[in-house]
Design a protein around this ligand. Structure first.
Ligand code: ADP
Ligand code: MG
Ligand code: ZN
Length: 612
């Protein structure tokens, strides 16, 4: 919630208020107070009252007599009167009255202290208050806490607050094992110190986005039952140089006070990037100072005290090497994309939160989602639930989940899209072309589903392939077949319509990428053998490749890539020519039904061709 704000008033408003107060005090109030207290009376009255015994206290100066007296109505007050030059008997007269005391009548009247306070201290205090008010306004406007310099605002999580345990993290067993050792260390440190083992000071969770790194860290907090400081790397990056470093210092000080505890720095790459030589404009001073402070702090504390630092990143190769050396983040916990069983487990974990029908085949969904991250799988379950509600059902069904797989992969169906019959035909032949090439190559995965319903992602139709088992390795033959399958769509268009369309753009991109990897990275080309021609950075974020060879070689690489694709394209065209009758039959079937399943496809394909 946004904090409630009083309507903003311009600074000048406060100045005016203060000036008015000062003016009132100095020019009106003080004299008024004095005037209210001291009344001037004539000398006769004074003498008269003195005789009547009304005067009780008298103070004389060279020119004035100030006295305390009761007037005719018996009200006591302070009075003053001028001093008569020729009244020599004044002292005697005064002394004759026993009730009269001599001394200061109104000590306040000309108290130097009071005057000093009013004229000097009060304005200063007021201006200080004004200054504070201004600073607070400024702070609000900047949105930060500029006055709390260097305070780390790490939130402290305890178990009850995250509420996560390892049970909420499906799959990722290696990561969990590695982390539970750390949890165990925090509970029973003597077990480790007895044998002389040092616990790692820090563990770095690395992996693609959405694989559950942040989730794992929260689960550790839930399991460990020790204080858990969580801060994101970007929170260190501050407006002022030096602030980030101060925050790091403060964070570690807090952590050491609370040991045993866990400090979690999410997205550490924001501060942990490689420091450059500062050739270009001196580099980023603030970030470097923060990083240096972090390194210093990590060296500074005693690992046996029980402070464990977790960090997460999806760009490990951009981290400064100093962060990764032993004694700092010396343990690297990979959090990879889930495999088949991992995906199934993640689906099940998230399906616990929704009402489903009893006979859901999670394995089928998991098989259809090769390469999906935990976050995407969570999204699939949620989309399925949304779809069930949209359809007015109170349970999530298998088909809800299957449809939401496509939604997450390809976007929603574009129901309103108008596509001419001719174009629909082209799309149908294109998709069947992919599927047919895939099915006819033994090593390629069979199709799961083919559809020509356009999607919001821009796909006009697609073939969903299902990998039966998990592949860790890609053989040269498989890679080549994949490229052939990708070219199958275009090949079908050429064969049937004798022309080509833009519909193959995405296929071309993928085929080129794969063919290029075969040549430059997998060592699958004759000419280059096992020569690395490209380096990959940022493997978890799409993978940027950079050529690592001469321009001459680069040209040769291009030729090689082209020849691989060409060869695959020819293979696909050959397969389609051989199966032209099936191609027509399947395409017509798809046109009629718009979506066909893998079983339907295989059934038609397996049917004996009518003898010619
Ligand atoms: P990141 O690795 O980018 O930090 P998160 O930890 O933020 O990913 O994960 C995002 C969401 O994805 C989680 O909140 C969770 O719902 C889901 N998720 C990811 N991995 C898993 C997993 N292994 N088990 C269960 N849910 C997961
Ligand atoms: Mg995260
Ligand atoms: Zn295609």
């Amino acid at each position: 919630m946004e904090e409630k704000k009083t309507p903003k008033k311009p600074i000048i408003f406060y100045y005016v208020i203060v000036l008015i107060i000062l003016f009132l005090l100095n020019s009106l109030l003080v004299p008024a107070m004095m005037r209210a207290q001291i009344q001037e009376v004539s000398y006769n009255t004074f003498v008269g009252w003195l005789e009547e015994g009304r005067v009780t206290q008298v103070e004389t100066s060279d020119t004035q007599i100030t006295f305390l007296a009761k007037n005719e109505t018996d009200r006591e007050g302070v009075y003053t009167t001028g001093r008569m030059e020729n009244d020599d008997q004044l002292s005697e007269r005064l002394l004759a009255r026993p009730e009269v005391e001599f001394g200061k009548v109104i000590p306040r009247q000309n108290s130097p202290l009071l005057m000093f306070l009013l004229t000097w201290i009060l304005p200063i205090v007021l201006f200080l208050l004004l200054g504070q008010m201004m600073a607070r306004q400024l702070q609000k406007r900047m949105g930060g806490n500029a006055m709390q310099f260097g305070k780390a605002n790490a939130k402290i999580y305890v178990q009850a607050q995250t509420g996560m345990t390892f049970a909420d993290v499906a799959g990722e067993d290696e990561a969990k094992e590695s982390l539970s050792e750390i949890v165990d260390f925090l509970h029973n440190p003597q077990k480790y110190t007895q044998i002389g083992a040092n616990m790692p000071k820090g563990a770095l969770l690395v992996g693609p986005p959405g694989t559950g790194k942040t989730l794992l860290a929260k689960a550790v907090a839930g399991e460990a039952q020790v204080p858990f400081f969580s801060i994101s790397g970007s929170e260190f990056v501050e407006m002022f140089v030096g602030m980030g470093a101060a925050k790091v210092r403060d964070l570690f000080k807090q952590a050491q006070d609370k040991a045993p505890c866990i400090v979690f720095i999410d997205e550490i790459d924001t501060i942990g990037k490689k420091r450059d030589g500062g050739v270009m404009g001196g580099g980023n001073d603030e970030r470097e100072q923060t990083l240096n402070q972090l390194l210093t702090e990590m060296d500074g504390f005693d690992g046996r005290k029980g402070v464990v630092i977790l960090a997460a990143t999806n760009r490990p190769d951009s981290l400064d090497p100093a962060l990764l050396r032993p004694g700092r983040f010396d343990r690297r916990v990979p959090v990879e994309l889930p495999d088949l069983s991992g995906r199934e487990a993640i689906l099940r974990v998230h399906a616990r939160n929704v009402v489903t029908e009893d006979n859901i085949d999670y394995n089928a969904i998991a098989r259809a989602t090769a390469g999906a991250s935990g976050a995407e799988l969570a999204n699939i379950v949620n989309e399925g639930a949304l779809r069930a509600v949209r359809c007015g059902r109170d349970r999530v069904s298998q088909s809800d989940l299957e449809e939401s797989v496509e939604v997450v992969i390809a976007g929603y169906q574009r129901k309103g899209a108008v596509i001419s019959q001719k174009e629909k035909e082209i799309i149908a032949y294109h998709e069947i072309g992919h599927a047919l090439v895939a099915a006819r190559q033994t090593e390629s995965a069979p199709v799961h589903k083919i559809t020509i319903i356009p999607r919001t992602s821009g796909a006009l139709g697609y073939t969903m392939q299902v990998e039966e088992g998990e592949h860790v390795l890609l053989s040269r033959g498989e890679a080549f077949n994949k490229i052939a399958t990708l070219t199958g769509g275009r090949a079908a268009e050429e064969l049937i319509f004798g022309s080509v369309t833009s519909g193959a753009a995405n296929d071309i991109e993928q085929a080129t990428k794969l063919a290029r990897s075969m040549v430059t990275r997998y060592g699958m080309s004759e000419n280059f053998d096992m020569m690395a021609l490209e380096t990959v950075s940022n493997q978890y974020l799409g993978g940027d490749t950079a050529l690592a060879c001469s321009a001459e070689t680069a040209a040769q690489v291009d030729r090689e890539v082209l020849s691989v694709i060409r060869e695959a394209h020819e293979k696909a065209a050959g397969i389609l020519r051989e199966n032209e009758a099936k191609l027509h039959e399947l395409a017509r079937f798809l046109l009629k039904k718009e979506t066909i399943t893998g079983e339907e496809f295989m059934e038609i394909l397996g049917k004996r061709e009518p003898e010619a």
